[in-house]
Design a protein around this ligand. Structure first.
Ligand code: ADP
Ligand code: MG
Length: 694
C-alpha cells in the first residue's frame, strides 16, 4: 500500500464500495482517506450512570448488566427490547431492526459496556441500537474513538462508523512511514509540533485529548501556513511581474488643492495612508491596496487626493461606487470640492442619457475628462479611457472579483487599484483573504466628532422616541426613519414602509417628510435626496437604500425600526449616516419584545460600541466568514480545519513566519526550505484556490 494506491485495493473495500465512496465522499486514493478527518470523537474513557443522565447528554457509555431481553410486537412491527441496570437505575435498550440472531447474542447478567445515543420519553431514558461490549473484550488501546462524516446512503450499504474505523485503523497501521514531512525541522522544533506522521495517527486515533489537540493544532497551522505562503508567493510574483505606471510627481493639481481648497486639516491617519499610497504609486509596479476605514473616517478625501496625484502625472482616474445614489453623491461632493479648479469631473451611471454619454465617451478618449465617477456602468466595454492610471472602488464588498479584473483591462499598463471598504473586515479575514492586497487603515475619526449614542427601545416606547425626535427637530436637526422592507412581505409582522410613512406623517404633521426606497426611479431618488440634504424636509423615511455612503451632516437621529431584522454590518452602516456633523447624534434601535439570542447579541454590540472593527469581529462570530465576504468569494475561506473566528493567533503567526521566510529566501531555494517548496508545488500550486483573486 502507498499513498497513491486506489482505495479499491485496500483490504475490506473492493470495487463496488470504492465507487460508492468515491461518489459520495470524493475519496479515491489512500491519501484521501488520511485527509478524511473525523468530525468528532467519542470519549470511551468516560462512564456515565443512569441516575445522572440528562436530557442534554447525547452519546454515552454506561457500565452494568442486561437483565432481560424480549421481543415486543405492536401491530405489524416487532422490536427487541432489553432492560439494562447499572445499580443507579434501569433503562430500556431498543432495536427496531435486527437480525434473528441478535436476541441470542445479547449477554445476559454479565458485566457489559453499552454505548450509544440516548432518547428521552416521559422522563424515561432509553438507548436505541446500542453497541454492547463484554467487559473482557473491551478495547483498551484507543480511548477516543473517531466518528467520520457519513451519510445514510453509505450506512445503508454497510459503510458505517465501524467500517470507516477499521479501514482507517488498517491504513494507519500500514503506511505511517510513507507520510512525508512538509515542514522544516526548525519550524517543528520551534512550535514543538508532532511529526506529520504522528499528526495523522493522532487525528484518526488520538492517544488522548492532549495528543488530539497537538495534532489538530498542527493541521490548522499547516493549512494557514500554506495558504499564506500561496498568497505571499503570488504577491511577490505580482510585484516583479505586474508593471504599473510610476507616478513620481506631486504637482500643481495636488498641491494647489491641498493648500487652497482643502476644507479641513487631514487627520493623522489620513495623512499616513496617503503617504503609503504615494510610496506605492511612485514605483513602476501596479498598486493593489485595500483602504480600510470605519464609516465617516474620511476615505473620500483620501480618494480625491490620490486622483489628483494621478492627474499630476498625466493620468485619468475613475471612482466606482455600488449604487447610483452613492455615485451621485461622490460626484456632487467631488465636483463641489473641485469647483475652483480646472479639473474636469463627470458622472456615469445607468441613467445617463445616450446623448450625454456620447460626449462623455469622447472626452474620456481624448483625455479632456480627468476624473470619472460612476457605478458599474463604467465597466462597460464601450467606456474607453485615453490613459486610465488609477481606479478606486468604493465599498468593495459589493463588487465581485471579476469586476475588479475588468478595470485592469481598461489600460494597456493596468491602472493602480485602490479598494475602499465601507465595513471594516475582521482582522483574521483581511489577513487571510486579502493577503494579496496591501492594507492601509484609517483608524481615527476627524476631530470634534462626538461618538454616536445608541439606545435600544421597544415598540411600546414609541411615544417617547417620537417625543425625543420632536425635540431634536426643534433644535434644527434632521431625522432618518429606516424600515427593513418596501412592501409587505409574506411575514406580516414586518413594519411596512408605507405604514411607517403614514405613521410618521401623522405624528410629525407639522414637518415635511421625504421618502426614499429602492423601487423609485433614479431621478426621483435624487430629488428626494436633494430635498432632504438641502434641509427642505426634516424627516426622511427610507429603506436601506440609504445604507451606504449617504452624507447629510445635519441629520443627527437615526431611528431603525424592526432593527432585529438587520445584520450587524448593516446596522453599523446605517448608524454611520448620522454623527457626520458637529452635533451630538443618536441611533435608536427599535425592536419588538421578543428577540432571538443572535438579535440580542447584535443589538447589545451596537449599543456598546461604535468601533467598526469590533463589530465586524462579532459579526463574523455570528455569521461565519463566508457570509461576510458574500457568496462569490466564500470558496476562498473554505478551510478544512482552520477557523477564522478562533484561530487568529495561528493566522498571525503563520503570516509572520511566511514573511520572514520569503524575505530571506524569496525563491525557497535554501536546503532547509526545500521541503516547503516541494510540498507547496505538489499540493497547492495551480489549484484554483489561489487564483480566485485577481
Ligand atoms: P467614509 O470614510 O465613510 O467614506 P467620508 O469620506 O464620507 O467617510 O467622510 C465623512 C465626513 O467627514 C464627510 O463629511 C467629510 O467631508 C468629513 N471629513 C473627512 N475628513 C475630514 C477631516 N480630516 N476633518 C474633518 N472632516 C472630515
Ligand atoms: Mg464612503
Amino acid at each position: 500500500m502507498t499513498l497513491e494506491t486506489p482505495i479499491e485495493f485496500v483490504k475490506g473495500i473492493g470495487s463496488d464500495r470504492a465507487k460508492l465512496i468515491k461518489n459520495v465522499l470524493g475519496i479515491s486514493i489512500v491519501e484521501d482517506f488520511l485527509n478524511f478527518y473525523p468530525i468528532r470523537y467519542l470519549d470511551k474513557s468516560k462512564i456515565f450512570t443512569v441516575s445522572t443522565l440528562q436530557e442534554s447528554t447525547i452519546e454515552v457509555q454506561l457500565k452494568g448488566k442486561i437483565t432481560s431481553v424480549q421481543e415486543i410486537q405492536t401491530g405489524k412491527t416487532k422490536r427487541l427490547s432489553a432492560k439494562f441496570n447499572d445499580h443507579t437505575g434501569t433503562m430500556d435498550l431498543v432495536w427496531f431492526q435486527y437480525s434473528k440472531w441478535l436476541k441470542e447474542q445479547i449477554p445476559i447478567n454479565r458485566e457489559v459496556y453499552i454505548f450509544g445515543k440516548i432518547n428521552v420519553f416521559n422522563n424515561q431514558f432509553s438507548m436505541p441500537h446500542p453497541e454492547i461490549e463484554a467487559e473482557e473484550n473491551k478495547e483498551t488501546e484507543t480511548r477516543l474513538k473517531p466518528i467520520y462524516p457519513s451519510s445514510e446512503k453509505l450506512s445503508k450499504r454497510g459503510l458505517n462508523q465501524k467500517f470507516f474505523q477499521n479501514i482507517l485503523r488498517n491504513i494507519c497501521k500500514e503506511i505511517p512511514n510513507l507520510i512525508q514531512e512538509n515542514l522544516p525541522e526548525y519550524m517543528i522544533r520551534h512550535y514543538q509540533f508532532l511529526s506529520r506522521q504522528h499528526t495523522f495517527l493522532n487525528i484518526h486515533f488520538p492517544k488522548d485529548q492532549q495528543h488530539f489537540e497537538k495534532a489538530d493544532n498542527r493541521l490548522r497551522f499547516e493549512e494557514s501556513f500554506f495558504f499564506q505562503l500561496g498568497y505571499a508567493l503570488k504577491k511577490l510574483h505580482h510585484k516583479t511581474q505586474s508593471i504599473g505606471n510610476p507616478f513620481p510627481i506631486v504637482g500643481d493639481y495636488f498641491t494647489g488643492f491641498y493648500e487652497n481648497h482643502l476644507p479641513f486639516e487631514l487627520t493623522n491617519a489620513q495623512k499616513r495612508v496617503l503617504k503609503e499610497i504615494r510610496i506605492d504609486m511612485k514605483k513602476p509596479i501596479q498598486m493593489n491596496r485595500l483602504l480600510q476605514g470605519d464609516v465617516g473616517s474620511g476615505k473620500t478625501m483620501v480618494a480625491l487626493l490620490t486622483m489628483l496625484i494621478a492627474l499630476d502625472n498625466g493620468f485619468q482616474s475613475c471612482l466606482m461606487a455600488p449604487t447610483e445614489i452613492l455615485a451621485q453623491q461622490h460626484y456632487n461632493g467631488i465636483k463641489d470640492l473641485l469647483k475652483d479648479t480646472e479639473v474636469k469631473v463627470s458622472l456615469l451611471t445607468g441613467s445617463v442619457k445616450a446623448s450625454a454619454r456620447k460626449i462623455l465617451h469622447e472626452e474620456l478618449e481624448n483625455g479632456e475628462l480627468s476624473i470619472l465617477v460612476g457605478t458599474h456602468a463604467v465597466l462597460e466595454d464601450k467606456v474607453k479611457f485615453k490613459n486610465l492610471g488609477l481606479a478606486i472602488i468604493d465599498e468593495q464588498h459589493r463588487f465581485g472579483v471579476a469586476q475588479r479584473a475588468k478595470l485592469w483591462a481598461k489600460n494597456k499598463i493596468p491602472p493602480h487599484i485602490l479598494v475602499m471598504t465601507a465595513t471594516p473586515i475582521p482582522r483574521t479575514l483581511a489577513m487571510s483573504f486579502y493577503s494579496d492586497l496591501d492594507v492601509s487603515v484609517i483608524d481615527e475619526l476627524p476631530i470634534g466628532r462626538k461618538p454616536i449614542i445608541t439606545a435600544h427601545r421597544r415598540e411600546k416606547d414609541q411615544a417617547y422616541v417620537y417625543h425625543f425626535c420632536h425635540e431634536e427637530i426643534r433644535k434644527g436637526r434632521q431625522i432618518y426613519f429606516v424600515y427593513p422592507l418596501i412592501e409587505e412581505s409574506e411575514t406580516l409582522d414586518y413594519k411596512n414602509l408605507m405604514e411607517g410613512l403614514e405613521n410618521v406623517m401623522d405624528n410629525f404633521s407639522n414637518y415635511n417628510v421625504t421618502m426614499l426606497h429602492g423601487k423609485m426611479k433614479p431621478d426621483e431618488k435624487d430629488a428626494a435626496m436633494n430635498y432632504f440634504a438641502s434641509g427642505k424636509s426634516q424627516i426622511m423615511v427610507a429603506t436601506t437604500v440609504i445604507e451606504v455612503g449617504v452624507n447629510v451632516p445635519n441629520a443627527s437621529v437615526m431611528v431603525i425600526e424592526s432593527s432585529e431584522r438587520f445584520g450587524l454590518s448593516q446596522l453599523h452602516q446605517l448608524r454611520g449616516r448620522v454623527g457626520r456633523g458637529a452635533e451630538q447624534s443618536y441611533c435608536i434601535l427599535m425592536t419588538s419584545d421578543k428577540l432571538s439570542s443572535d438579535s440580542r447579541t447584535r443589538i447589545k454590540t451596537m449599543v456598546e460600541t461604535n468601533d467598526g472593527f469590533k463589530i465586524s469581529e462579532v459579526d463574523m462570530q455570528l455569521r461565519g466568514p463566508g457570509d461576510i465576504l458574500g457568496t462569490q468569494q466564500s470558496g476562498v475561506v473554505d478551510f478544512k480545519r482552520l477557523d477564522l473566528v478562533n484561530d487568529a493567533p495561528i493566522i498571525k503567526a503563520t503570516k509572520k513566519m511566511v514573511e520572514k521566510i520569503l524575505e530571506a529566501d524569496p525563491h525557497l531555494s535554501r536546503p532547509e526550505n526545500m521541503i516547503i517548496k516541494n510540498y507547496y508545488l505538489q499540493n497547492y500550486k495551480g489549484k484554483n484556490k489561489w487564483s480566485k483573486i485577481s
